[in-house]
Write a protein that binds this ligand. Sequence first.
Ligand SMILES: *Cc1c(COP(=O)(O)O)cnc(C)c1O
Ligand SMILES: [Zn+2]
Length: 448
Amino acid sequence: MSYRAWFQCINLECGATYPLNSIIYNCKRCNSLLEVQHDTKQLARRSAAAWKKLFEARYKTTQWPFGSGIWGKKEWVLPEIADDNIVSLYEGGTNLFWAERFGKLLGLDNLWVKLCGNTHSGSFKDLGMTVLVSQVKQMIAEGAPIKAVACASTGDTSAALAAYCAAAGIPSIVLLPKGKISIAQLVQPIANDALVLSLDTDFDGCMKVVQEITKDETIYLANSMNSLRVEGQKTVGIEVVQQFDWHVPDVFIIPGGNLGNVSALGKGLLMMRDLGLIHKLPRIVVAQAQRANPLYRSYRKKFKSFEPMQAGKTLASAIQIGNPVSIEKAIRTLKQFDGIVEHATESELANAAELGDRMGMFNCPHTGVALAALIKLVKRGQIARSERVVIISTAHGLKFTEFKVRYHERQLDFPCRYANRPIELPPRVEAVREALQYALKRRSRLRV
Ligand SMILES: *Cc1c(COP(=O)(O)O)cnc(C)c1O
Ligand SMILES: [Zn+2]
């Protein structure tokens, strides 16, 4: 069977379409964002049961490229790509962590954390980058004049872009806000052979520059306004539902910055519903840092207006974004999914992340934002005890060790309630025994 996909303008009154191998990021007619549209009629010729069976058979198989969480769902993602052009680092298929202890502490029976950071470059950005770089490889093979792929980044996009491009032998260019990303995030594109440009501005400033640079068609734009990435990222919700034997959870909580990922989550779930794999939709909660909360402000006004803001400095550096590119898509998604937007202060996000760690997780600050939102919604009664809740954890905690070290050394400007400091001792058995006796007696119960 031959499936087809194309770019389509998200503005319903326009609806212009373009082939996926055109070098285009906005609608030429009305300048709106584009999205990938699939031939749903053709896809619907295969039954829901048959799709489930196919996806299950491919899940984590060694048969290349189908063992990838993305390419196991190839027909729903990029149906027309040649297998030879797929650039995959075996992304997706990540652990769905049962946060039993953390859930119990909040009075929840059914709390899960989707660990999207347990992947090649350490963040969910791999899910979209495999799709974008594969499409670029195919376009180069067809003779497109692309010399390099470029992005602006708060750290994780550049790490993923550099890794996939290096694996494929395609040059990459990354524009980073100087001094605003972690060392781990900075060293990744350096190690993976990217041309690294450090600009004395913030993410929004880098984004403006890269949009100008990529007007030259020989430099392809890899930011999430390029909707190819959304196609890969949309598999996350599908994969979670598959991991629950095709049962839909009640609530997803996802941290949001540029808002591509929440749009992607919604897109995958809608596709499943339209093709009959599921029959209800979950609620979606977007969690933002209070210092970079333009979506939250718009939500409080019932989305009647939206104003970009200057994002303040936040520990959740990957979502320090004041002018999100995918704002329209995100609002549309929230309206379809009975959405909620919640925000978290620096103290709330850091303490939530580290409370989670004390219960076996290893959270990045963005996952901390989502956990802080969860705590607030449970306290307010907006999430019920019996509901099955899934937190989208967006990056691996090891990318943010400076944050954790400062937290546990109590060097942040708020009370670090769950700090755990090493005890320095002389190397004598008696000293250790004494310290243990004291410390084990003193261990207090953790509270939210
Ligand atoms: C990119 C990123 C986000 C935000 O995703 P958006 O699609 O920009 O909303 C959140 N957390 C981490 C760790 C990220 O890298
Ligand atoms: Zn248009």
